[in-house]
Design a protein around this ligand. Structure first.
Ligand code: NOJ
Length: 500
């Protein structure tokens, strides 16, 4: 009998070990707990996706202007961000929407090439200086706090012509630009983000070439880019820390995006951890601990040797660089949208690329719902798992969710699917807080439908519809904006909640 019950327990453990989130959360109910007092709610956008005015009032060209002008076919619907939602002129309309929703803060980005048309600080565009001042003044007048991203993918083309993120000088170009922004706008900004989503910048921009500037250098250029991103972030953060923080009392960090990677079976747990280290750890591990994750150092060295390289394709950091990078954050900032399943590879792939270097395969399940093109699959439990993993991996640090949201193609005003997405993702976020993960703010992407990079206007993520066929580009509230407004007001995701 004893042997039999031990066997049952053993089989039970095995069965639990192979359960994935779909089974674990099959009977999940949205929580009736409230968000804690002091929790903040925001919305986000980025310059190229909303500003338009691509060549007005002295703005210089940036890599996405160049990319789409030279390759219109790279955008899903043939459109580009030349006009976008014309927020350069209509920013007060955007702020009116934010006010209506009742957000605490707005995360926006400054266009480097608007402020510095040539990329460098010897030519500052006065019109741009005034434009951002007016924008910040309007936010202040409306009682909306400001979070600024300094780099949301839009490198001035003049700098790309000199190698862009592959040129070591980019560390100083970026630091000069960041310093100018601290100087000009420091009194308006509560939280700074140096760089948004290095993964997309490096692995798509300089790896597979799918994003601007469209450089194809898998397994080599993408690592050089990552190294420079980390050094640029670190140097700009140190300037902030020593010269601006003492008087401004604001904070500064980097946004690292991460999907959740769920092991396909219990035998794939190590593979899923490796994938997380290649995706999130690659950028966050150096910032918290000083160097690349060990699994990356080992894997890339091993693969490079087999491939006949003289040294690892993953460039090493010197001791001084490690000291420079280590600790350059005030909180963890995370963009999260979806989840992938991970399987260990039975046969290694020896392709020269960051994707192959992880040595694992990932995929999404067909059963996961989506209203969008591509990867925007709704897997809310992955969010909770990612948040707990962050705490386990980096310790008890403050986490700010700087982006979360979902896309559709038609921008329907009756966007029940978005309400369900927000409700479920935000519910798993409350659960994680309840389990001790220190998340303090949530940012919804996005306040308005805007230009979704290579998906053009076919990727709509706004809680306000922007009617692109009306020359006035009116912003029209979707049902999700009313839902989010109510969550902000009541701190509750359902009609009723229990008190905390
Ligand atoms: C992350 C990026 O930061 C943002 O620019 C983009 O629009 C959203 N993901 C949605 O894809």
């Amino acid at each position: 009998m004893k042997v039999f019950s031990s066997l049952l327990i053993f089989l039970g453990i095995l069965a639990i070990g192979s359960t994935d989130g779909d089974e674990e959360f099959a009977n999940y109910n949205v929580t009736n707990r409230k968000y804690p007092d002091g929790f903040k709610f925001g919305v986000a956008t980025a310059a190229y996706q909303i500003e338009g005015a691509w060549n007005l009032d002295g703005k210089g060209e940036q890599i996405w202007d160049t990319f789409f002008h030279e390759h219109p076919e790279r955008s899903n619907d043939g459109t580009n961000g030349d006009v976008a939602t014309d927020s350069y002129h209509l920013y007060k309309e955007d702020i009116r929407c934010m006010k209506e929703v009742g957000v605490d803060y707005y995360r926006l980005s400054i266009a480097w090439s608007r402020l510095l048309p040539d990329g460098t600080i010897d030519n500052v565009n006065k019109n741009a200086k005034n434009y951002y001042t007016s924008l910040f003044e309007e936010l202040r007048a409306n009682g909306i706090e400001v979070m600024v991203t300094l780099y949301h993918w839009d490198l001035p083309t003049a700098l790309e012509k000199q190698g862009g993120w592959l040129n070591p000088q980019v560390v100083d170009w970026f630091t000069d630009y960041a310093t100018l922004c601290y100087h000009l706008y420091g009194t308006y900004v509560k939280d700074w983000v140096t760089i948004n989503e290095p993964k997309q910048i490096c692995h798509v921009g300089y790896g597979d070439g799918g994003y601007a500037p469209g450089v194809r250098s898998p397994g080599v250029g993408e690592y050089t880019c990552a190294r420079h991103i980390l050094l640029a972030h670190a140097k700009a953060w140190r300037v902030f820390d020593t010269q601006y923080r003492p008087t401004l009392k604001s904070r500064n960090t980097i946004v690292v995006d991460s999907d959740w990677y769920e092991p396909a079976t219990s035998a794939d747990e190590e593979a899923a951890e490796t994938k997380l280290q290649f995706v999130h750890g690659m950028y966050m591990h150096p910032i918290v601990f000083g160097n690349w994750p060990q699994i990356m150092i080992d894997n890339v060295a091993k693969f490079s040797q087999v491939q006949g390289f003289n040294e690892s394709r993953l460039p090493a950091f010197s001791n001084e660089e490690i000291e420079l990078i280590k600790g350059t954050f005030d909180f963890i900032a995370i963009n999260h949208y979806t989840t992938y399943m991970v399987k260990a590879r039975s046969q290694p792939s020896y392709a020269v690329s960051w994707v192959a270097d992880s040595g694992v395969d990932s995929y999404q399940k067909d059963t996961w719902e989506t209203a969008a093109i591509g990867w925007f699959k709704k897997v809310p439990w992955g969010f909770g798992k990612l948040l707990r993993w962050l705490r386990k991996t980096y310790g008890d640090l403050e986490i700010v969710v700087t982006e979360n949201g979902v896309s559709d193609r038609d921008g329907s005003l009756q966007d029940q699917h978005r309400i369900e997405y927000i409700k479920n993702y935000m519910s798993h976020l409350i659960d994680a807080i309840h389990d001790g993960v220190r998340v303090t703010s949530y940012t919804l992407w996005s306040i308005i439908d805007n230009f979704e990079w290579t998906q053009g206007f076919n990727g709509k993520l706004g809680i306000y519809f922007v009617n692109q066929s009306d020359p006035n580009l009116p912003r029209i509230a979707k049902d999700s904006s009313r839902y989010y407004a109510n969550v902000i007001k009541t701190k509750c995701l359902l009609d009723q909640c229990v008190d905390n």
